[in-house]
Design a protein around this ligand. Structure first.
Ligand SMILES: *Cc1c(COP(=O)(O)O)cnc(C)c1O
Length: 396
């Protein structure tokens, strides 16, 4: 692949030059006051991005997967009951992690391409009269299928069932790109990573804990050392870290949150929506279908696109990579070979998106998939020129 082209994998995302520079730092003494000047603004910035006022934010040298482990090991105990659904590769992996930690997971069946079934959750929670379920897991944006679930509806399910279980949300591919409301949705643990909406290299697990989740860490008995939020909290209070911190990445996080807040979160979300809509217009112009089964599920950060029967989606990804030097996401798990994914999150412009749509078109035409060169690009161009405000301004 060419490093001159933007990537269209749904993470890691493109890194803005200013963030690359912020990450590239000389060694500092992480026990000096200088470190606190990087750490604390980074934590405060994340809290704003999460739309959280009560939560405590913790950052570990890890990835989103480490964030999942932080959530479960700090709040739960062996044998605890957990409610989840499996609607894609990422929700599947989080369930698998819970099982490997000796948790008792009730898995509500769901089709890949559909969202978290809040109504089914409500039934299960209502039936659990003794309140044995300790936690409900929800993947806000299932990156494997390009499906965004309604977390407010999951919160509503808990409230309607009058169930006290804690709500854990995987927001790895949504936080910082799509609206996320930790306070309003009553999220107890929110999980993110550095390499998606935060536009940084991989290497950080970023988690927000509600006061209830923080309190649960005092009695939870799953083994934890590296990911213990109590050690983190104690060290943060003195401006430090319980072990050697990834200073450059934290400095990047400080600046990334500043950039997101300066653009304005609502503007960041509408930019993602506009870019995603352009991709969806292209998909429609190609005559292809998304994996997401209903418009309200369409993700603004990743589109999983079904190739026509008889074609192999992995070949589209391979053909885009060579000769064109452009990276798309392959299909994972149940949808391997059936879909390819265009990631459109993080640092991206309309014009960058057009280049990805053009490359996907070339790769598909090369393979004999019946799409017309330029059709998707034209549909997206039309959407971008109308939605960016250029046309209205001229008329005024
Ligand atoms: C990327 C991703 C993860 C896993 O993140 P890693 O950083 O690869 O550990 C988890 N959940 C979702 C929804 C993701 O998109």
């Amino acid at each position: 692949m060419s490093t001159q082209n933007p990537v269209f994998i749904p993470g890691p995302t493109n890194i803005p030059e200013v963030l690359r520079r912020a990450v590239d730092m000389p060694t500092i003494d992480h026990r000096s006051p200088l470190f606190g000047k990087i750490l604390h603004p980074a934590l405060a910035g994340v809290k704003k991005v999460l739309k959280a006022t009560q939560a405590q934010v913790f950052v570990f040298p890890s990835t989103g997967t480490g964030g999942w482990e932080t959530a479960i090991t700090n709040v739960l105990s062996p044998g605890d009951k957990v409610l989840a659904t499996r609607n894609g590769m990422f929700s599947h992996r989080w369930i698998d992690m819970c099982q490997r930690h000796g948790l008792d997971v009730t898995v509500v069946k769901q089709d890949w391409g559909d969202g978290v079934p809040a109504h089914r959750f409500e039934e299960v929670l209502t039936a659990d009269r003794e309140h044995q379920i300790e936690a409900v897991l929800a993947t806000h944006n299932e990156t494997a299928t390009g499906v965004r679930s309604d977390i407010a509806a999951v919160r509503q399910a808990l409230d309607t069932a009058k169930h006290p279980a804690l709500l854990f949300v995987d927001g790895v591919s949504s936080i910082g790109s799509m609206d996320f409301r930790m306070d309003e949705w009553g999220v107890d643990v929110a999980v993110a990573g550095s390499q998606k909406g935060f536009m940084l290299p991989p290497g950080l697990a970023i988690v927000g804990f509600s006061p209830r989740a923080v309190a649960a860490a005092e009695t939870a008995t799953l083994p934890r050392t590296f990911f213990d939020i109590r050690d983190m909290a104690k060290s943060y209070a003195s401006g430090g870290f319980p072990y050697t911190p990834p200073v450059g990445l934290l400095n990047g996080l400080r600046l990334a949150t500043e950039m997101l807040l300066e653009e304005g979160l609502e503007n960041v979300f509408s930019r993602h929506h506009r870019i995603a809509e352009g991709v969806r217009k292209a998909v429609a112009a190609w005559g292809l279908q998304l994996c997401a089964v209903r418009p309200e599920l369409y993700s603004d950060t990743v589109s999983a696109i079904r190739v026509p029967p008889g074609f192999d989606a992995n070949k589209v990804v391979a053909q885009a990579l060579n000769p064109y030097g452009v990276a798309f996401g392959t299909g994972l798990g149940d949808v391997a070979g059936k879909v390819f994914r265009i990631g459109h999150l993080g640092s991206l412009t309309d014009v960058m998106a057009l280049s990805g749509i053009a490359a996907a078109e070339m790769a598909m035409v090369d393979l004999g998939i019946p799409v017309k060169l330029g059709s998707g690009v034209a549909a997206a161009q039309e959407h971008y020129r109308l939605s960016v405000g250029a046309v209205q301004k001229k008329a005024a």
